[in-house]
Design a protein around this ligand. Structure first.
Ligand code: GAR
Length: 199
């Protein structure tokens, strides 16, 4: 059993897929908190349903950068989680947080990295770029978070076809379906290895 914390900004379908798997016993982990930069996002509703504490921490709640970083670190210190999971978190993490959890922060990105990654590539923009480049395939990547955006070690990928006439939203839905099945499996394998390497 290992402990995770999750950060999310949007609809929260990846967050829900993870906590559903925990609830069903497929993923033997505890989710200790949700941090969001967007108090009105769908992820907050899912956390509430499962009784998971929610922390709203953003540039608005903490306009001072040092106070913002201290607030994030305070949550990490309080729960001492093994892994921090970025499930549709649209902000770049401060370096102080990366240094606190080296090789223990996992992100899901909706393209086949290293293609279509880096600053500016997030959410629907990624799928728009994939279609504009006339790619034949796309799919999600789970990777470790490092200082260079979307460039950390790749832990898992899935491939889906790009179909003639796809809209960005249609491609997004096809990729998202794979995200939901991929992310929890990678978290499980990575988390279990981490715990057993400590034993
Ligand atoms: C997902 O497609 C995720 O891969 C992407 O945002 C979506 C969030 O959906 N993440 C990024 O673009 C990060 N750069 P969700 O809120 O329904 O999980």
């Amino acid at each position: 059993m290992f402990k995770i914390g999750v950060m999310a900004s949007g609809g929260g379908s990846n967050f829900k897929a993870i906590i559903d798997r925990i609830g069903e016993g497929d993923l033997e982990a505890q989710c200790k908190f949700l941090i969001t930069n967007n108090a009105g996002c769908g992820a907050v509703g899912h956390a509430t349903t499962y009784g998971i504490p929610v922390y709203h921490i953003s540039g608005k709640t903490h306009p001072d950068q040092a106070a913002y970083e201290a607030a994030l670190l305070e949550v990490l210190d309080k729960y001492d989680v093994d892994l921090l999971i970025l499930a549709g978190y649209m902000k770049v993490l401060p370096v102080s947080l990366l240094k606190r959890m080296p090789d223990r922060i996992l992100n899901i990105h909706p393209s086949l990295l290293p293609k279509f990654g880096g600053r500016g590539f997030w959410g629907l923009h990624v799928h728009e770029a994939v279609l504009a480049a006339h790619e034949k395939e796309s799919g999600p990547t789970v990777h470790l978070v490092s200082e260079e955006v979307d460039a950390g070690r790749i832990l898992g990928q899935r491939t889906v076809p790009v179909l003639d006439g796809d809209t960005p939203a249609e491609l997004q839905a096809r990729v998202l379906e794979q995200e939901h099945d991929l992310f929890w499996r990678v978290i499980k394998e990575y988390g279990e290895n981490l715990v057993s390497s400590r034993a």
